[in-house]
Design a protein around this ligand. Structure first.
Ligand code: NAP
Ligand code: 2RA
Length: 308
């Protein structure tokens, strides 16, 4: 198969720079970097950043576009890249809940990727580890209810937020809730619930979410409480979770940062409910939470092209 011609749109951002790194690590060489007019002409290693205009993206010389720009910019630019013939994997929330657009975690619902019509959506960086942990538990015992508390790193809010954290004195660091608030919940909480329901194909699954930004550079952690339909012993849950994720007694963002796998630990009974389990999942939000998952989605399609 010829080397895919890949455009990374949002290449100067927190996710975009890691996307370029992951592509390099995986041996892709025909890669172009796109960002706004502000960054056009700047250098990223041996790449010169191009402006992501409708004309450039629709020119017909890209097979795959990996978008990590804001939601409004994705809505504006993705259709042009599709028109030019590229398959687009979008990491914003623009398309995630649109009917007919696959929202994919390869290890959870990779088979859905083939149903695309040019656009595939990459889930929120908390949804990817959460669904990766819930899927094997659901397959074994059925999931009846989920409660989640997140501890999300500054890099989840982008490159500028990382700079702000670097400039913060340790004694001044604080928790934050920097998402849109509707008076009851943050949009981040609604996204995590709705995306999880879509990926697991459990639209009525009760999920209660509470999100928090913590002064950590990389790595989102989530405390998860699950009620299963059938009893599931913690030892059996550990076997199931260990087969899908990486067991770690006390996973932390520091231990997950820079890794491609999802860590899971503190697996125990939740004695406050019937059939209750509690555990902690942690992953690098820029890698498996964003850049890497999107590349893995694309690889499902590239592989399918080779075997077709
Ligand atoms: P970021 O660090 O702020 O980067 C934003 C990128 O978008 C920059 O490269 C920026 O280019 C580019 N951009 C902005 N306006 C543009 C325009 N009009 N045309 C072309 N490019 C434009 O943000 P990020 O954290 O990488 O997040 C990017 C997207 O991924 C967001 O939708 C976010 O929700 C999603 N996401 C992020 C994470 C995470 O952990 N950070 C995880 C999952 C999903 P300039 O440098 O030229 O401004
Ligand atoms: C966050 N989930 O951490 C988002 C990524 N943009 O805020």
């Amino acid at each position: 198969m010829p080397e895919p011609r890949i455009g990374v749109v949002g290449a100067t951002g927190a996710v975009g720079t890691v996307t370029l790194e992951c592509l390099r690590e995986r041996g892709y060489t025909d890669v172009r970097a796109f960002a706004s007019a502000r960054s056009a002409g700047t250098r990223l290693g041996d790449l010169t950043v191009e402006e992501a205009t409708p004309e450039a993206l629709s020119a017909g010389d890209l097979d795959l576009c990996l978008f990590s720009v804001g939601t409004a910019t994705s809505r504006q630019l993705v259709p042009h890249a599709v028109r030019g013939g590229a398959i687009c994997v979008d990491k914003s929330s623009a398309y995630r809940l649109e009917p007919g657009i696959p929202l994919v975690v390869p290890e959870v619902n990779g088979e859905r990727a083939r149903e695309h019509d040019g656009i595939l959506a990459n889930p929120n960086c908390c949804t990817i580890p959460l669904t990766s942990a819930l899927k094997p538990l659901h397959d074994a015992a059925g999931i009846a209810r989920v409660r989640v508390a997140t501890y999300q790193a500054a890099s989840g809010a982008g490159a500028r937020a990382m700079e702000r954290l670097r400039a913060t004195e340790p004694g001044d660091a604080d928790l934050a809730m920097d998402w849109d608030y509707d008076g009851e919940e943050f949009d981040e909480e609604a996204k995590l619930r709705a995306e999880t329901q879509k990926i697991l194909e459990l639209p009525a699954l009760p999920i209660s979410v509470s999100c928090m930004r913590v002064p950590v550079m990389i790595g989102h952690a989530e405390s998860v409480w699950v009620e299963t339909g059938e009893p599931l012993a913690p030892d059996r849950a550990r076997e199931l979770l260990g087969a899908a994720l990486t067991l770690d007694d006390f996973p932390t963002p520091g231990r997950a940062a820079g890794r491609d796998d999802i860590l899971v630990g503190r697996i125990r009974r939740d004695p406050t409910v019937q059939n209750g389990l509690a555990f902690l999942v942690v992953c690098d939000n820029l890698r498996k939470g964003a850049a890497l998952n999107a590349i893995q989605i694309a690889e499902l399609l590239l592989r399918a092209r080779v075997t077709a």
